[in-house]
Ligand binder design. Structure first.
Ligand SMILES: C[S@@+](CC[C@H](N)C(=O)[O-])C[C@H]1O[C@@H](n2cnc3c(N)ncnc32)[C@H](O)[C@@H]1O
Length: 221
């Protein structure tokens, strides 16, 4: 068995990491707090706090101008990526819940990025299939229904520009990916991880960020 060199993430170490990352801005912080107070049952769906600056970093690093987000919830990940877009850049956000994304719309407006974000409500897979078929996306953040991660991947890869990036969240699915009795969502993520690892069109690395995060670049060679 390969030995891990990862330091166990104690609460103290986690706080230390948060303290040494770019802090959430006031709109982002308020969104985290509103989500926790108004939606206590569902707040766990929100991306981890450290993922907001990471996503912004990836947008700036790649210079992404055309971003697709699949799974928006109350809008923290989209907010963070939209704030990092260059002038003229845009983000299409997909979700099925009008109720949850109402909070997202409010936060985007408060942060002054509503003009660069387009929310499309409905089934995510149908919405992706309705996008132009040719390569036009620079970055895709995949964070919706886990049972369909492989289907999303298959729709998104051909629409990604060469060199484009897919960021997939929850690739550990709370540890279920190594559990023989995984839930349907856990099985969906397991199938996704195997699918990604075998896909020669992409170069992918799986990282121990929050609940597991895969970064995959479309080969241009
Ligand atoms: C983990 S949350 C997304 C968290 C979000 N990225 C954030 O920053 O807080 C997953 C989202 O996927 C959405 N979702 C679930 N099934 C969906 C579907 N079939 N089509 C589109 N969205 C879906 C849910 O409504 C939920 O808001």
């Amino acid at each position: 068995m390969t030995e891990s060199k990862s330091s166990p993430l104690t609460s103290e170490l986690y706080e230390y990491m948060i303290d040494h990352n770019p802090p959430l801005d006031p709109v982002q912080r308020a969104l985290v707090e509103t989500t926790r107070s108004l939606l206590p049952e569902s707040a766990h769906l929100q991306v981890a706090e450290e993922q907001a600056p990471l996503l912004a970093f990836l947008v700036r690093l790649t210079g992404a101008r055309d971003i697709l987000e699949i799974g928006t919830f109350t809008g923290l990940s989209a907010l963070s990526m939209a704030q990092a877009l260059p002038p003229g850049g845009r983000l299409i956000a997909l979700d099925i819940s009008e109720e949850w994304t109402a909070h997202a719309r409010e936060a985007w407006a408060k942060a002054g990025v509503a003009d660069r974000v387009e929310l499309r409500l409905g089934d995510g897979l149908e919405s992706v299939r309705a996008l132009p078929a040719e390569p036009h996306l620079d970055l895709v953040f995949l964070d919706a229904d886990k049972e369909h991660y492989v289907d999303y991947w298959e729709e998104v890869v051909p629409r990604l520009r060469p060199g484009g990036l897919i960021v997939a969240d929850n690739v550990f699915f709370h540890g279920e990916v190594v559990d023989p009795g995984a839930s349907p969502a856990g099985e969906g993520v397991k199938a996704f991880n195997d699918h990604v690892a075998a896909d020669r069109r992409m170069e992918a690395v799986m990282l121990t960020v929050a609940d597991g995060l895969t970064l995959a670049r479309k080969r241009n060679d």
